[in-house]
Design a protein around this ligand. Sequence first.
Ligand SMILES: Nc1nc(=O)c2c([nH]1)NC[C@@H]1CN(c3ccc(C(=O)N[C@@H](CCC(=O)O)C(=O)O)cc3)C=[N+]21
Length: 290
Amino acid sequence: MVETRIIDGKGFAEELRKRIAGEVADFRAATGVTPGLAVVLVGEDPASAVYVRNKGKQTLEAGMASIEHKLPETVAEAELLALVNALNTDPAVHGILVQLPLPGHIDAQKVLATIDPAKDVDGFHVVNAGRLAVGLDALVPCTPLGCVMLLKHHLGSLAGARAVVVGRSNIVGKPLAQLLLREDATVTIAHSRTRDLPEECRRADILIGAVGRPEMIRGAWIKPGATVIDVGINRVEKAGGGTRLVGDVAFDEAQGIAGLITPVPGGVGPMTIACLLQNTLTAAKRLVAG
Ligand SMILES: Nc1nc(=O)c2c([nH]1)NC[C@@H]1CN(c3ccc(C(=O)N[C@@H](CCC(=O)O)C(=O)O)cc3)C=[N+]21
């Protein structure tokens, strides 16, 4: 039996937000500029609305300006593109986030491609994805950035570690693999077509669940003492009615096997928002410096 320690992402994110708030205050004092984050929400998805509200609140608490645009589910693609173009040229806006997923009649790739890469605080524009891939300065996607911060804080160097990322999305899996590679880890990206996924996972010193399937990664898939980062945030029905959040990892089964594990909620989720604030400050600094 291994003693499993829980990684306090919520606490770490709070500390990070405090540090960012200090840096924002210094930046404002030095330049007279208040970093501004614009969030665009299309449609009425209640879960998205909660997330956008949390982001807005934490943006203000960090001393930045929060600009929210809510558009109806039926908005024309051209109208959304016009809004993004207006935000691109607005000097009070340093970061732009268009909440995903977008309704089916809108081409999300086209919207992301319209965002000025210098204001792309999600790091989803192909220019930022490409810059990350070739090792240039880039705005890096928030969730992967948060995962690597937690890993480095708890493990120190990741050099030589075997990291297995389960999930190959453009939002998490692929950029996370790039970041881990930059930290000199040996990186495997596993996915739905991977042969013998449990065996692949059991090789991992660092195992990352980023698929969005509730509790898919079982305790028996974890190497004793491994570090487990759970990116999944899945809402499931509770036995007695109501809902609860679970990750992609069967958290209870991982107890006594994993060395370190992030919980859901309170793990990676809060880090995502803290990293969004960090990216907004980074974008503001670069935009003001020219
Ligand atoms: N362009 C874009 N960028 C995003 O970064 C983005 C997006 N679209 N669409 C939706 C997803 C979802 N997402 C979350 C971030 C933090 C929490 C979070 O802080 N969760 C808390 C609490 C969750 C709760 O209690 O409801 C936790 O895990 O502890 C959740 C979800 C960012 N997303």
